[in-house]
Design a protein around this ligand. Structure first.
Ligand SMILES: Nc1ncnc2c1ncn2[C@@H]1O[C@H](COP(=O)(O)OP(=O)(O)O)[C@@H](O)[C@H]1O
Ligand SMILES: [Mg+2]
Length: 245
């Protein structure tokens, strides 16, 4: 069965795109068929994979007649700055546009990974409505903790109205510094929040590690660039933890 996974958090800079990138690369290295979707106007995921596709996810969402197979190149649906110009109010079934578009190609893949924008927008609702699972990326600080409360309301609304089967797979701590007392105490609080959300905090935490930035500056990923760096090991452990269930 194909699994559609959204990586979410309405905050920017918490590591969503980095998690998406490495989940995609890591699962492909394990020979799974993975479709990547860049659902963010900033197109950071498309940048990470050096994607220059002719069509983007904007064309698919904006024009339901657009053939999705033409837009998928290199198992990638590119992002577009135009995503922010879509007038969702004018569209029928506006929450289901992504879900309907994917219906034709879902069985070509084992996993579909969606990187989402830093907002609780119509785009996010479309991603959550189309998904089987979500992974919440979060840093270990107090504002992130607060943000997850707001996010929980959106998730609850989606579960109620557009996607009753949505599962929150877990909260993944990113850019983690295990040397600070504050980070550890926020991590403990996040564990409680996870329980309230009926989910868990992943055992694996992705530590703050400069090699990630170096890898991305080289248009590469940590597995090819520095597999044995702290973040390289953490990201691998995370993928193994995810797959173990
Ligand atoms: N584990 C990490 N260690 C160090 N830097 C990281 C780590 N994860 C992400 N970053 C950096 O933090 C910035 C924001 O990450 P990004 O994945 O783009 O977050 P988001 O998609 O949530 O905005 C990027 O410059 C990225 O290189
Ligand atoms: Mg991003």
């Amino acid at each position: 069965m194909t699994k559609i996974i959204s990586i979410i958090n309405q905050k920017g800079g918490v590591g969503k795109t980095t998690i998406s990138q490495h989940l995609i690369v890591g699962l492909r290295k394990k020979n799974f068929r993975v479709l990547a979707i860049d659902f963010d106007t900033q197109c950071d995921l498309s940048f990470a994979f050096n994607i220059k596709n002719k069509f983007s996810i904007y064309d698919i969402i904006n024009n339901p007649k657009q053939n999705i197979n033409e837009a998928i190149e290199n198992d990638f649906l590119a992002g577009s700055p135009l995503l922010s110009s879509i007038n969702f109010k004018a569209k029928q079934n506006k929450e289901y546009l992504l879900k309907s578009a994917l219906a034709n190609i879902i069985y070509d893949y084992d996993y579909i990974i969606i990187d989402t924008p830093p907002a609780l927008s119509d785009l996010t609702i479309n991603a959550l409505t189309a998904s089987d699972e979500i992974i919440i990326a979060s840093q270990a600080d107090i504002l992130s903790l607060k943000g997850i409360g707001q996010l929980a309301q959106t998730i609850q609304a989606v579960k109620e109205y557009t996607n009753t089967n949505l599962t929150v797979k877990g909260i993944l701590l990113t850019r983690y510094n295990n040397r600070t007392v504050l980070a550890k105490s926020v991590a403990n609080m996040l564990e409680e929040t996870a329980t309230q959300l009926n989910t868990k905090l992943f055992n694996t935490k992705i530590r703050e590690c400069n090699a990630i930035k170096e890898a991305q500056a080289e248009r590469s990923n940590i597995f090819d660039y520095k597999k044995y760096s702290t973040a390289g090991l953490d990201l691998q452990n995370f993928i193994n933890e995810y797959l173990e269930e």
